[in-house]
Design a protein around this ligand. Structure first.
Ligand SMILES: NC(=O)c1ccc[n+]([C@@H]2O[C@H](COP(=O)([O-])OP(=O)(O)OC[C@H]3O[C@@H](n4cnc5c(N)ncnc54)[C@H](OP(=O)(O)O)[C@@H]3O)[C@@H](O)[C@H]2O)c1
Length: 248
């Protein structure tokens, strides 16, 4: 049974792997035996995580990449295949989540949110998914948000971009199946740089009508990512798994 979660010999690419949930997933995958490609805009931060992974005895490559830029994504995938010869696990995790009034959002900023949260994952999934289909197969995991199912006015484009990411899950599960499985984790709030509510908001969340009335730690999402990355989920594809503490 324990072998079902073993990632020995697998290569995983995690966007936004430099901190927050991305870093936690990268370390979790490395502990399960995987080698890692860590990508985000800040190379130094990616290098730090890569060093942590090497200290665990795994191989790791750090790479600067803006996931909203298709040229950057092509270069990232080429570099990953040149170094490792394969990608078995792709995690579309990088995102930005600005809290602001919809009327104050400029066209450039709207394009940036959609570019990082939706356009980039679309492109990266096509680049990697097609190579997986031509090779040994693989898995793609999208990191979505409860805001995609319960959209909120102050995160309008974010909510909509994550709903679009949810839709891609079924698109690519059908397109790349059966060799590639594609799934999405719909996360509730967890503690990272992105989630920085004031005390008022924290109190509201903790009094919220959800079964587990607290904010999660990233590691509580990582376990679901491990399930989706590994043979334990061999019959799961096109799925959206809510890990949100039980929001109704
Ligand atoms: N935290 C929550 O409560 C929560 C709730 C629901 C869903 N989520 C989702 O969970 C995922 C991870 O969130 P998090 O809280 O861990 O976020 P975070 O702590 O803010 O980290 C974001 C990561 O994305 C990278 N990134 C940002 N813009 C990028 C770009 N243009 N190109 C490449 N990398 C970029 C950042 O690195 P650089 O700055 O170096 O680029 C960083 O590694 C996101 O998809 C988010 O929407 C989070």
């Amino acid at each position: 049974m324990s072998n079902l979660f073993d990632l020995t010999g697998k290569v995983a690419l995690v966007t936004g792997g430099s901190r927050g949930l991305g870093r936690a997933m990268a370390l979790g995958f490395a502990r399960a035996g995987a080698d890692l490609i860590i990508a985000s805009r800040k190379l130094d931060a990616c290098e730090e995580v890569a060093a942590e992974i090497r200290a665990l005895g795994r191989r790791a490559m750090a790479r600067s990449c803006h996931v909203g830029h298709w040229d950057d994504l092509a270069a990232l995938v080429d570099a990953a295949y040149a170094e490792f010869g394969r990608i078995d696990i792709l995690v579309n995790n990088a995102a930005l989540s600005p809290v602001m009034n919809n009327r104050d959002i400029s066209e450039d900023f709207f394009d940036k949110i959609v570019g990082v949260n939706f356009k980039g994952p679309f492109r990266l999934s096509t680049l990697v998914g097609n190579r997986m289909v031509d090779g040994d197969g693989g898995v793609i995991i999208n990191i979505s948000s409860g805001a995609s199912l319960h959209p909120l006015p102050l995160v309008g484009p974010y909510s909509a971009s994550k709903a679009a990411l949810n839709a891609l899950t079924q698109v690519f599960a059908a397109d790349f199946g059966p060799k590639v499985r594609v799934n999405t984790i719909v996360c509730g709030s967890f503690n990272t740089d992105m989630f920085q509510p004031g005390e008022d908001a924290k109190a509201r969340i903790e009094a919220n009508v959800k079964a587990i009335n607290r904010v999660a730690e990233p590691e509580e999402i990582v376990t679901t990512a491990l399930y989706l990355a590994s043979p334990a989920s061999s019959y799961t594809t096109g799925a959206m798994i809510r890990v949100d503490g039980g929001v109704p």
